[in-house]
Design a protein around this ligand. Sequence first.
Ligand code: PLP
Length: 413
Amino acid sequence: MLAARGALRRGRLPAAGVGVGSVRLRGPPRLPPHVVDLRSDTVTRPCAAMRRAMARAAVGDDDYGEDPTVNELQCLAAGILGMEETLFVPTATMANLIAVMCHCQRRGAQLLLGRDSHLHVYEHGGAAQVAGVHSQALPDLPDGTFDLELLELTIREAHGSRYHPRPELLCLENTHNSAGGRALPLAYLQQVRGLADRYGLRVHMDGARLMNAAVAQNVEPARITQHCDSVSLCFSKGLGAPAGAVLAGRREFIAEAWRMRKMLGGGMRQAGVLAAMARVGLEHMGVTLRRDHDNARRFAEGIQELSSPLCSVNLAAVETNIVMVNISGSCSSPAELCEHLQAVSEEELAETGHAVSVLLFPWSAHAVRAVWHRNVSAHDTELAKNKLEFVARKCREKLALGLRPTPPNAEGA
Ligand SMILES: Cc1ncc(COP(=O)(O)O)c(C=O)c1O
């Protein structure tokens, strides 16, 4: 599974006109298979408007505060997020780390966060390694929220106790990636804010996909962020830019964040070329994110209609651009299903008239993740759905013959 994950991560795509996986398309050279890449919303390529904006961007030395395009983006993002100021940073990981460093200025402070949150699992323990902060990880519920009673119990236990690290910061993730792109309910955010205020904690939101939440809930992003002291927003996910994120908060917080960014990586200089593309992403987001959510839902409905023993989906959990497909262990593993979907065969071409390679991410021992983004059209979604239906049918046929539906390269087909 790890090897397959590695290959998918590295994007080992089928080569044009040659074998796909180890499945060779025999006969005269054909068009390369059509690739639908649903591994992540980070795989997008900048659109023509972004490239134009990059070429035209007015730039200056951002370290002196003289890059007009960065300054404009920071102001625009602050307005959208309803925060006093924002700071442009290279990645959402850096935005989250800076937030932890600024909110927790005492070594050994306690940060409460989700056990499955990106900050806890995928950011290389920056909170501990760099910020010197102790993480208290709580279970994430299936909808990406915390059990508020457990959260309060955990805070109360440490609050005012000289035997525990001091709880200072609470981090939320919205949308919640591991929960399948769930948008945190507004009423829940209000309750979290109340709780944090009762115990004097700050609230940071990892809003790498915050705009997906705003579109799904049909609210202004500021309605969501009003419950937070700071929020990070990523431009290189659903918004489709090649790099960049902002950290947003109060003026003094952002002044401190600027110092931390300097310490972590120095000056951004003529970063306006990146900010220009991020701005195009912001301008287009209303249309692209809504379309991504609709396509994700259509795909999920297609899986539900299949009623396949191979895979299933909880439709109620599909709120934004992510679909977690649950895999039935008796048929295939997540990595094997990904291999089936990636491979292209003569049989597929003969039966469906298409050669489509669909890339998904083997997320856990029981699920694969599919993520929609601006480079996936409604037609691509239809092709991906048909491919899954084809793979499910082939697996069923094998099972009916008493055979295990091994991936194409294992068969040497
Ligand atoms: C929820 C969440 N937060 C933060 C990040 C980190 O983003 P970056 O790769 O820009 O550091 C990711 C990346 O996938 C993410 O999914």
